[in-house]
Design a protein around this ligand. Structure first.
Ligand SMILES: Nc1nc2c(ncn2[C@@H]2O[C@H](COP(=O)(O)OP(=O)(O)OP(=O)(O)O)[C@@H](O)[C@H]2O)c(=O)[nH]1
Ligand SMILES: [Mg+2]
Length: 476
């Protein structure tokens, strides 16, 4: 069965031609000036050697062969001339389109989704990621594989014809089809166990800490920012999908306040939906995070479209309700752009109009990192209130907690008790309650005092900090 996976025929080091149809409706690809820019970057990340490119302007995609008939003939000649064994289309091809094109050009044909799957397959290093990728490959590739085999069976009588095309007869196909189905069931079962364990971990972390997820388009600089904010250790590289698994570290805000920060897999437009589904667990941290840092490569002319894509994906995984801080990254690169490069790039002034609370930074030079830290800290703490908290001295944990986390304005210690006038966050009082402290707040028992200070907040919802309430620089 293993031989049946087209994904096994990795495209690494293969000579390939990139092909795309640009629709006159303007709906094709990124809609940018260079329609193959993203596919080229994907091919580069997959280790492909791009030897040629072919673009056709059309009013629609050809239902049989994606490109028009004449262009397919041109493609065949081009592949022969450039000695390219593979053609990669910037579209999701139907199994029959794939079959028709392969038949016409006698070369291996991959679509954009398969290329992304191939990158993921080569990068996945944790058990969960490997399981997720294999399931997605089997589900996406299996019907295409069958289509290809059936026609190669006719063309070559089942003789081998290059990577991923060892074509067995119909009987073998039937056996393989059942093996694929059985393998998917067993992988799913294994993945469910890994996911359950992971979900428990994430839940425990969310209950104990304020959690922040870094999300954004692939290559936006998420891992670089993650490393700048924590002790680091995340792999950052100028390639698409450098990060495939989540990494979590402590982000310290100073004054004893910290959060757990997670770096995650990047998003991309037209992400294969099988992958979104199977990476749900990887994105578990994102779904449950109390706050999201949405990182944008502000030096990229497609930044606004990329931000829109990220928000769509967040919506689709159920992570659109948390407060978000938009982080405009790579402003050093933005400033260094030549005038002609700057033409299509959204300026910081324009961003200010559309995303007024965005924070501009450079994860590489560190510009804007203190501001970002302050905004995140304020979002975590929510609105600060002033209160008088009285604790028994026996309650050492409670006293230490307030002395180290809250801003103490004045303190009175007696032999048995301590009275602190503090500026504190609702989160601090939640923590005191959780610790079992029997302190009083403005003369009332702590849970009553809490509701008096923050009357609107329901007990559970308190974990979610509405961003519009955050006060930048307040309480310093
Ligand atoms: N000039 C400049 N380059 C940056 C900045 N932040 C990140 N980069 C570069 O952008 C590239 C991608 O950075 P990563 O941190 O790997 O990006 P990512 O969002 O984690 O990417 P994926 O994990 O692949 O989705 C690397 O070459 C970084 O050095 C920045 O502020 N300025
Ligand atoms: Mg990364």
């Amino acid at each position: 069965m293993e031989s049946g996976r087209r994904g096994d025929g990795s495209v690494q080091a293969e000579r390939a031609i990139l092909a795309a149809v640009v629709l006159s409706s303007g709906d094709a690809g990124s809609g940018a000036l260079d329609p193959l820019e993203e596919l080229r970057a994907l091919a580069d990340s997959a280790g492909v050697r791009v030897v040629g490119e072919l673009i056709q302007n059309r009013s629609g995609v050809d239902v049989r062969t994606c490109l028009g008939k004449g262009k397919v003939t041109e493609l065949a000649a081009m592949a022969a001339e450039l000695d390219a064994g593979t053609v990669i289309f910037d579209h999701e091809l139907t199994p029959s389109q794939l079959r028709n094109i392969e038949k016409a050009i006698s070369r291996k044909v991959l679509d954009r989704s398969e290329l992304i799957l191939d990158i993921f397959a080569n990068r996945a290093s944790t058990k969960a990621a490997q399981l997720q990728v294999e399931i997605a490959q089997l589900e996406y590739t299996a019907p295409r594989l069958r289509a290809m085999w059936s026609h190669l069976g006719q063309v070559t009588g089942g003789a081998p014809m290059g990577v991923g095309t060892r074509g067995p007869g119909e009987q073998q196909l039937e056996i393989d089809r059942r093996l694929v189905a059985r393998r998917i069931v067993s992988l799913r079962r294994e993945l469910a166990q890994v996911q359950a364990r992971k979900a428990r971990e994430v839940q425990a972390r969310c209950a104990e800490h304020f959690t922040i997820g870094i999300v954004g388009y692939t290559n936006a600089g998420k891992s670089t920012l993650f490393n700048a904010l924590t002790d680091g250790g995340a792999f950052a590289n100028d390639q698409l999908f450098a990060t495939l698994q989540t990494r979590t570290e402590r982000w310290s805000f100073g004054g004893g306040n910290d959060a757990m920060l997670s770096d995650t897999v990047g998003f991309i437009q037209r992400l294969p939906h099988h992958l979104v589904a199977s990476f749900r667990a990887t994105l578990e941290e994102t779904v449950h995070a109390h706050l999201l840092l949405v990182v944008v490569d502000a030096s990229d002319s497609r930044a606004a479209a990329q931000l829109a894509t990220v928000r769509e994906v967040l919506e689709s995984i159920g992570a659109a309700t948390q407060p978000q801080i938009v982080v405009l990254n790579k402003i050093d690169r933005m400033a260094a752009l030549a005038p002609h490069e700057r033409a299509g790039v959204t300026s910081l002034e324009q961003w200010r109009a559309t995303e007024p609370s965005a924070v501009a930074i450079s994860a590489v030079t560190g510009v804007g990192i203190p501001e970002l830290t302050e905004v995140a800290r304020a979002a975590m703490l929510g609105e600060l209130r002033e209160a008088v908290v009285a604790l028994e001295l026996r309650d050492g944990r409670g006293v230490d907690f307030l002395e180290s986390r809250a801003e103490v304005l004045s303190r009175t210690y007696t032999e048995e008790s301590c009275t602190l006038r503090v500026r504190l966050a609702r989160r601090h009082l939640d923590a005191l309650v959780a610790m079992g402290s029997r302190c009083t707040v403005d003369g009332r028992p702590v849970h009553e005092g809490l509701l008096t200070l923050w009357p609107s907040a329901a007990p559970k919802a308190a974990r979610r900090v509405p961003l519009h309430q955050r006060i930048v620089g307040d309480g310093g």
